[in-house]
Design a protein around this ligand. Structure first.
Ligand SMILES: Cc1ncc(COP(=O)(O)O)c(C=O)c1O
Length: 390
């Protein structure tokens, strides 16, 4: 079977796929059908936290598949409870709701913020402030929350009452907070928006103003979470206390699982019948999540931060490279204006390295446990590729 042709023929053409057919993987390596190996600097866009098919994760998934694959949310299951308990223990949050994807977790966050405000203040306090250049998902509500005009086309009408403010501009934020505002929602590092880390002072200010004005502080940790920035959740670097934290991507190491974490303040906002999902919290996904979360410890975070140092030392100031952005193993490479990120990606693929883009930057999201040897080898390929495009 010609997989590429059959894909084009049978699958909706919404992805501009690269001409690579991945057959299998192990650790930080993908292998195609010709046996060609690629170092993986993508982790399936930040999901395969411990790389492809790591032993502990495979065991957790297979054991659960052999025990019970699904029950519905009408019954109690041990994998959900174990994972929820560990999430609460590790974060200090009070309650968890399980979903299937990042967009769904943000839908739930939006519902929570509006209901919290409705319960306490009544109608008319439903405005959610998000940031320009943010990305929160592909459903109609999360597209509406996303602060990029390019996503606000065709699918009218979008959900109302979102305001988009310039990241790191406290004055503009203050101008948008009024008695119709119920929440502020941020990514601490804008991933899809170009791997831009927010100023720590801005994050701390949002935490403070949310407390002062009883707004719901939502941190979208879908891309930044689960060790990606060198902290369990990226907000933990800033000594702030969000009311709602959303996480997905890396949580179950490559299976579809999202979680919404609720602080005490909003832990009773959603009640019976007010939210639900068929698959969210599926036992196989939760077992996978537990096998990932219990290994997200300080040793791993130290490794992520060491890898960050290697990336910065190796790439900063090199020909064709303007700057390095992001945090931990969420890396943006800003290129000279005459070099296109997509050309770097294609060259890297030729040379056996999978990298991503984010706007005009090359983006790296390697498995968190990538060895420094593989990391260095992949970075050499990037330097070589950029060098050929000078
Ligand atoms: C910060 C952020 N939020 C939400 C999403 C949406 O997640 P999903 O594609 O799992 O719905 C993404 C996906 O890239 C993301 O980066």
């Amino acid at each position: 079977m010609n997989i590429i042709n059959e894909d084009k023929e049978n699958i909706l053409n919404t992805y501009k796929r690269f001409p690579v057919v991945i057959k299998e993987g192990h650790g930080s390596t993908f292998v195609d059908y010709d046996g060609k190996e690629y170092i993986d600097f993508s982790s399936g866009i930040g999901t395969n936290s411990f790389g492809a098919c790591d032993k502990e994760w495979v065991e957790a998934v297979c054991n659960q598949a052999k025990t019970i694959q699904h029950t519905s949310n009408l019954y109690y299951t041990e994998p959900q409870v174990k994972l929820a308990k560990l999430l609460c223990e590790k974060t200090g949050m009070k309650k968890v709701f399980f979903a299937n994807s990042g967009a769904e977790t943000n839908e739930c966050a939006i519902k929570t913020a509006r209901k919290y405000s409705f319960d306490k203040y009544g109608m008319g306090r439903s405005k959610i402030i998000t940031l320009k250049n943010s990305f929160h998902g592909r459903t109609i509500a999360t597209l509406s929350a996303t602060g990029q005009d390019v996503f606000h086309q065709y699918f009218y009408p979008f959900v109302g009452d979102f305001a988009y403010v310039t990241a790191n501009d406290i004055e503009e934020l203050n101008q948008n907070i009024d008695n119709t505002t119920c929440a502020i929602m941020i990514e601490t590092v804008q991933g899809e928006g170009g791997v831009n880390a927010l100023d720590p002072e801005y994050i701390k200010y949002i935490d403070k103003v949310c407390k002062e004005k009883d707004l719901v502080f939502i941190v979208d940790e879908v891309q930044t979470g689960n060790g990606r920035t060198g902290y369990l959740y990226s907000y933990m670097e800033y000594n702030v206390n969000p009311d709602v934290v959303t996480t997905a991507k890396g949580l179950a190491g490559g299976l579809p699982l999202g979680a919404i974490l609720f602080s005490e303040k909003v832990s009773k906002t959603l009640g019976y019948g007010e939210h639900g999902t068929t698959f969210g919290g599926n036992p196989i996904c939760c077992s996978a999540g537990y096998s990932v979360l219990k290994r997200l410890n300080q040793d791993l975070f130290d490794h992520v931060l060491e890898c960050r140092k290697i990336v910065e030392e190796k790439l900063t100031g090199k020909p064709g490279i303007k700057s390095i952005s992001g945090k931990g193993m969420m890396v943006g490479i800003e290129l000279n204006d005459n070099i296109k990120a997509i050309d770097v990606v294609n060259k890297c693929i030729e040379k056996g390295l999978i990298v991503l883009t984010a706007k005009t930057k090359v983006r790296l999201l390697p498995p968190l446990n990538i060895s420094t040897k593989e990391l260095n080898k992949g970075l050499d390929i990037i330097l070589e590729s950029v060098g050929e495009l000078l």
